[in-house]
Design a protein around this ligand. Structure first.
Ligand code: GAP
Length: 458
């Protein structure tokens, strides 16, 4: 569906109404940049992450999973360059002291910020007379480090300061030696991790697009330096395959070759996969060639050898790294936004999430035609229990009339609604032990034998 001006508002409302996402600590007025997954959100998120883990790890022979601690020795973030350079351009409203992203204000004023330095932005803001959203004058543009700090131990001083990891990648680089020593991997090989990361975003916004507590699915893929271009292309295709698997329409995904001046400090080549979100075409995922930047930097800081000895070629070298990095929340938002449709069916308006069936929170919903007929309810429970045992994510719904149940399931993207009626029980002997299965997208109904149901919905 083409988005309209209210799409985001409607998506946020649906996400709350149907238990996908709630504002973090909502009863206290919320907390900017923090969102909670509700029951259906958890189911959708698990399907998103499990599909990723299967494709990027389990289905391959060259991948190893890790689950590193969020809290790391702060020297790791000095080595990685994040303490010195992980920053965004910030500008302050001189009256309210509220802080804004200088690049966002410039973009909103129609300025192309690609390649602009901090002083370029400062000059542009002054020359164009750009004011804060409240209409007040702005101060100097400054760099603002985005790492969230906390402190460990009983005494709070500069020696107790540590950072919440700003990317999951760090936990994989510091485990490179452990993996080589304990798993004896053959080159090329990769590490994969799904986990939380934290960024003190100046301007969290656009629902779950830009948050302060985020979740990433990342791979650090170690290659011989001469092999990086092949591996980069392999992972580019893997990322596209993943987007197909979770049902993101290819024509809404655009690859952007990131200009040298806009790449992260560790990258020699980056492709951003941008997605057509309701608020514009914005970064969904990144694919970076991190060279040997991180292993060299950690080797220097830790004084440990982070090299690889290739038994086949008798060569010792520092591997180079290809990194596909995918945000879980942005995936969820892209999936929800592209699946959201408002349309008419059978003369009635409906909202439907056309989610890929392996991603939808529930694969099917089982209902008795009438709630007050014990024999229908009993047969429905029997069908439901058998399917739930096999698939897990099967719903049971006997509230309201059938039409209302269909609308409810459409709104949460359930691909199949299974209805047990009197024919199922043999009122029409030709239909004994069959059920009607209604297709979410077409509304078409088919009679299917109970014995064939599992195959049908799989
Ligand atoms: N390890 C590389 C890395 O972290 P990044 O481009 O900063 O690179 C990777 O982030 C991905 O993480 C992004 O493409 C996006 O999907 C997600 N991401 C980054 N910052 C985010 C934020 N503040 N809120 C939600 N997702 C974010």
């Amino acid at each position: 569906m083409k988005y309209d001006a209210q799409t985001m508002e409607k998506l946020v409302a649906l996400a709350k109404r149907r238990g996908f996402m709630y504002a973090g600590s909502e009863i206290y007025g919320g907390l900017a940049g923090a969102w909670d997954y509700g029951p259906l959100g958890v189911m959708l998120k698990n399907n998103i992450t499990q599909t990723w883990w299967k494709q990027f790890v389990t289905d391959r022979e060259d991948m190893y999973g890790v689950d590193a601690a969020i809290l790391m020795n702060p020297r790791a973030w000095v080595a990685s360059g994040h303490v010195a350079g992980f920053s965004d351009p910030l500008v302050e409203d001189l009256k309210t002291q509220k802080r804004y992203r200088a690049d966002h204000l410039l973009e909103e004023a129609g300025v192309v910020v690609t390649g602009m330095s901090i002083s370029d932005m400062d000059t542009a803001i002054k020359e164009k007379g750009i004011k804060s959203p409240e209409g007040n004058p702005l101060g100097e543009v400054r760099q603002f480090n985005m790492m969230l700090k906390t402190s460990v131990g009983a005494i709070e001083d500069s020696s107790s300061v540590i950072y919440l990891r700003p990317e999951t990648a760090g936990g994989m680089f510091v485990n490179f030696k452990n993996i080589v020593d304990t798993m004896a991997p053959k080159m090329p090989f990769g590490l994969a991790q799904i986990g939380k990361a934290f960024r003190n975003e100046i301007a969290p916004r656009d629902f779950i697009f830009r948050v302060r507590e985020l979740e990433q699915m990342e791979v650090e893929y170690f290659v011989h330096p001469s092999d990086w271009e092949r591996a980069f292309e392999e992972w580019r295709l893997q990322m596209l395959k993943y987007m197909d698997a979770i049902g993101l329409p290819r024509d809404m995904v655009h690859e952007l070759e990131v200009a040298a001046e806009d790449r992260a400090h560790y990258s020699k080549r980056t492709i951003d996969f941008e997605f057509e979100f309701p608020f514009g075409c914005k970064e969904l995922y990144g694919l970076a060639y991190r060279t040997d930047f991180d292993l060299q930097a950690h080797a220097g800081e830790s004084k440990q050898s982070l090299t690889y000895f290739d038994e086949a070629t008798k060569e010792r070298f520092v591997p180079h790294v290809i990194e596909p990095s995918l945000g879980v929340g942005r995936t969820m938002l892209a999936v929800l936004a592209s699946a959201y449709h408002e349309e008419e069916m059978d003369g009635e308006a409906r909202v439907v999430l056309k989610l890929a069936k392996d991603i939808a929170p529930y694969r099917a919903c089982v209902s008795p035609l009438l709630k007050n007929k014990p024999e229908l309810v009993a047969k429905s429970r029997e069908v439901y229990t058998a399917l739930k045992k096999q698939f897990g994510n099967i719903a049971f719904d006997d509230n309201g009339n059938i039409g209302k149940r269909y609308r409810r399931q459409d709104e949460i993207g359930t691909p199949f609604c299974i209805v047990i009626d009197f024919d199922t029980l043999g009122e029409n002997p030709a239909n004994l032990d069959t059920v009607t299965v209604r297709n979410r997208d077409t509304g078409a109904q088919e009679r299917i034998k109970i014995s064939e149901l599992a195959n049908y919905i799989a």
